[in-house]
Design a protein around this ligand. Structure first.
Ligand code: F58
Length: 837
């Protein structure tokens, strides 16, 4: 016994010596090599296992605590259902959360291993498209930090979001093979696999007690195997689980075919089962409406709910108390089948009476909406749905029938209202409106920023708000300060901790103490030095990946996010062209040197977004080398925006571009990350920008553009972008330069679709906001020239951004939606004197 304990102490010891020994052991026993012949990946794997070993104790404890709720409501488990996660590289984050980075660096130094090279080696899991997936990962970090029992359920896509290359200025997609060298963070729990049915038919049936019910006989079955990844909270007191499902063929199926001699059919079945979790759909703001996507959603929702029920029953509890022990959050409508599946499991499989099951279901479920864009709202064609999920369709129709009966009772004669509320859309071929299903089946519905939640109530879900106003709330998004400051910006984190102490890592409001330093000359000098260092690092990287030299003393003007017309990267390009024209006209003009940095992926099928990337790179190709410009204006596109690259971009930004058409961006979370790293925002009154501006102070935020109301009014009055083009000479010149082929030599028509769409429709009001944006950018130019003023704005942005911690967001979910009392926040992050994570 003593020996075992001693061995374990060595295996999980926290000193540099213990870490070094464990690392060498893992290299030998798990990777099968010794230090001198180990590849970089061997070293990375061995170190990751070494760190994972140090999480296993609390991880096992964490799983044991799931659903062990107490009568006072503490200990309830949050099940976060999300089709997407973007956790980012685990190793560095775990070192920070466990407080092991210093000792690990020392251990690696002793062995002559470059820790930074190992951190670079990690392939991040790109299991999401953008904001929604990253939000899910920030929330898992905060849940663990606040000691809330939680499981993040999702899909283990074999191919995540594509890697982006830039070839001849265009986006090229490369398959993301993130699992090819193995994944040291996951453990497959094969014995916890679940089976999920698909297709087939339903028929009335009687159970053993003689009660009538419905029997669903699926045409096929698929097995879901859970892969668990530990999610450790800051200070390492709590370790939760992200449980991702991989699809496999059920073993019995293979054998059956094999027995009748059809070996090929058995293998084909296996392949088709595994297809389900092969790939993430790379669309970020359009409902793909594809059959495989519906299968993916059903697959992970069904596996997850069955897993919760398994856990619940293993505690010897009645399913009638399910909602007292589990709070199930649907991250957008992608998991909204949970409404039907939980009903099916309770009623069909566990014999619960409908009304009771409905009470349990709605008490357990809640729904977060992330978009108002009509093209992004999920709908499923009736016939497609019926083929795949015949029993679920019956259940949804019954839910709808009962729901509409209640509406008719309260609003007799209002058939218009009934049609608008119905889960079934009868227009243009029947379809199911998943946002309606999620709303009807939840006790709480929330938007992700105050403005978005208000618009949700007054537009997309207006009728639902009218009939049940109490259901609706708001939880403004937040981001984890561990990854998005402590880890990605060690220089600034160290300066802040040295000045106000390390408490901000678990209570971001503590940053407010920095307000007192905003006028301090010496502090300002240090603040700028950190920013300059970060800009130098990014400049070096830009040279490496894009082959462009940029001046770290210039204003780094950054727009990093998915490429979409509503986000208006092209508005920024029009501004760049206007600046370029100024410099051409008067090469001696006094200007603030700028480096305009873009980064972001376009959906592979979104032609206009891809053309915007080509426009950015083409404008760069002309501007960057023009002798009249003399390096005072540079345009760069940094390829492959993902968590890893984002960590290098945010800390180097001076100006954060948050310029969406007002009313279109639900919240934004990049806006929060930029501000947290000392960038000043230029933005519209949209999403969380509204609240950021309120917090940091209107004088520390560059506001421009039409408000959401004015956008609507302008459109209602009959907006004609060509009139603005005719009356605005600067705009005209800019557009004509693109039209003339100046940026597309030999291909004058290249950007024609973009120009035509602006001239004909300008759905996103680029022309309408053009003047206001350019004026605002002039103000930015002059503010940046006043070094002290800019530094003060930057410091105050950080000092007043505390509200946008995901810890605050999770506390609000706990209080308003899940009815959970979170535990105390874990310990703080220790920032090393060298400021290295
Ligand atoms: C984003 N949505 C919102 N969707 O656009 C952004 O304003 C918000 O801050 C963020 O959610 C978090 O609340 C988003 O990222 C997707 O990526 C979906 C993925 C699946 C297909 C449809 C879009």
């Amino acid at each position: 016994m003593k020996n075992a304990a001693g061995t374990r102490r060595i295996r999980i010891g926290r000193t540099a010596g213990a870490i070094a020994r464990a690392f060498l052991d893992n290299l030998h026993f798990l990777q099968g090599c010794e230090l001198r012949e180990a590849t970089r990946n061997d070293l990375y794997m061995a170190l990751s296992y070494t760190i994972r070993d140090r999480m296993l104790g609390s991880w096992i404890r964490g799983l044991r605590e799931i659903a062990k709720s107490n009568p006072d409501g503490t200990g309830k488990t949050v099940c976060y259902l999300s089709a997407e996660y973007l956790p980012g590289p685990h190793l560095a984050n775990n070192l920070v959360s466990l407080g092991l980075h210093e000792e690990t660096r020392r251990a690696m130094d002793r062995l002559g291993v470059d820790l930074d090279a190992l951190l670079e080696q990690e392939e991040e899991p790109g299991l999401g498209n953008g904001g929604l997936g990253r939000l899910a990962s920030c929330f898992l970090d905060s849940l663990a930090t606040l000691s809330v029992n939680a499981i993040g359920y999702g899909i283990r896509y074999e191919f995540g979001i594509f890697d982006q290359d830039i070839k001849d200025g265009w986006q090229a997609e490369v398959a993301d093979t993130w699992l090819r060298h193995g994944n040291p963070w996951e453990i497959a729990k094969t014995e916890l696999s679940q089976e999920v049915g698909l297709g087939g038919r339903t028929e009335p049936s009687r159970d053993r007690a003689g009660r009538w019910g419905v029997k669903w006989t699926p045409a096929s079955r698929v097995k879901g195997v859970p892969y668990d990844t530990p999610i450790v909270g800051c200070g390492a007191e709590k370790c939760n689980t992200m449980r991702l499902w991989k699809a496999e063929a059920p073993v019995s199926f293979d054998l059956q075919d094999f027995n009748i001699g059809d070996y090929y059919a058995a293998v084909e079945e296996k392949i088709s089962s595994e297809t389900i979790t092969k790939i993430l759909y790379p669309d970020d703001a359009k409902d793909a409406g594809k059959q495989l996507r519906l299968i993916q959603q059903h697959f992970f929702v069904s596996c997850s709910l069955k897993d919760m029920i398994r856990i619940h029953l293993s505690r010897r509890r009645s399913l009638e108390s399910f909602h007292e022990h589990f709070a199930v959050q649907m991250n957008d409508t992608h998991p909204s089948l949970a409404v039907a599946e939980l009903m099916r499991l309770l009623v069909d499989e566990h014999g619960m009476e409908w009304d009771k099951a409905w009470a349990v279901t709605t008490a357990a479920l809640s729904y977060t909406n992330h978009t108002l864009l009509p093209e992004a709202l999920e709908k499923w064609r009736f016939d497609l749905f019926k083929d795949l999920l015949p029993r679920h369709l019956e259940i949804i129709l019954e839910i709808n029938r009962r729901f509409l009966a209640g509406v008719r009772e309260k609003h007799p004669g209002d058939e218009g209202l009934v049609a608008r509320l119905s889960i079934v859309d009868e227009a243009g071929g029947r379809s199911l409106r998943m946002a309606h299903l999620a709303t009807v089946g939840s006790h709480a519905v929330n938007g992700v920023a105050r403005m978005h939640s208000e618009l949700l109530k007054s537009t997309t879900l207006r009728d639902f708000h009218e009939i049940s106003p109490g259901k609706f709330g708001n939880v403004t998004n937040g981001v984890t300060p561990r990854r998005w400051l402590a880890l990605c910006n060690p220089g600034l984190a160290e300066l802040i901790s040295r000045t106000i102490g390390p408490g901000w890592t678990r209570d971001l409001e503590e940053l407010r103490k920095l307000e007192d330093c905003a006028g301090d000359k010496a502090f300002g000098d240090e603040w700028r030095r950190v920013k300059l260092d970060n800009k130098k690092s990014l400049a070096a990287r830009i040279r490496e990946v894009a082959g462009i030299a940029v001046d770290p003393d210039s204003l780094f003007d950054v727009q990093a996010k998915r490429i979409h017309e509503y986000k208006r990267q092209h508005l920024s390009v029009l501004h760049i062209i206007a600046l370029y024209l100024c410099l051409k006209r008067d090469p001696a003009a006094e200007v603030t040197p700028r480096t305009c940095i873009f980064s972001g992926k376009a959906a592979p099928g979104y032609f206009m977004a891809k053309l915007i990337i080509k426009l950015i790179t083409s404008v760069g190709a002309v501007v960057n080398d023009d002798p009249d410009v003399r390096g005072r204006l540079k345009v760069v596109f940094v390829p492959d925006f993902n968590v890893k690259n984002a960590q290098k971009i945010y800390p180097a930004a001076d100006l954060s571009e948050q310029i969406s058409t007002a009313g279109k961006e639900a919240s934004g979370t990049g806006n929060m990350k930029f501000a947290l790293n000392g960038a000043v925002t230029i933005g519209t009154l949209d999403g969380a920008n509204v609240e950021i501006r309120e917090e940091v102070g209107v004088e520390n935020f560059f506001l421009f553009g039409l408000t959401a109301d004015r956008v609507q009014e302008t459109k209602a009055r009959g907006y004609r972008p060509s009139d603005l083009h005719a009356s605005n000479s600067c705009l005209r010149e800019v557009i004509e330069l693109i039209r003339s082929g100046h940026f597309s030599p030999g291909q004058p028509d290249l950007f024609r679709p973009l120009v035509d769409s602006l001239m004909d429709r300008d759905d996103y009001m680029i022309f309408a906001d053009f003047d206001s944006y350019l004026d605002c950018q002039d103000e930015v130019d002059s503010a940046y020239r006043h070094v002290d003023r800019w530094t003060r704005m930057s410091i105050l942005n950080v000092a007043r951004i505390g509200k946008f911690s995901s810890d605050r967001a999770i506390r609000e979910y706990c209080r308003d939606i899940w009815k959970i009392e979170p535990g105390p926040a874990g310990g703080e992050v220790k920032i090393s004197s060298k400021g290295e994570a």
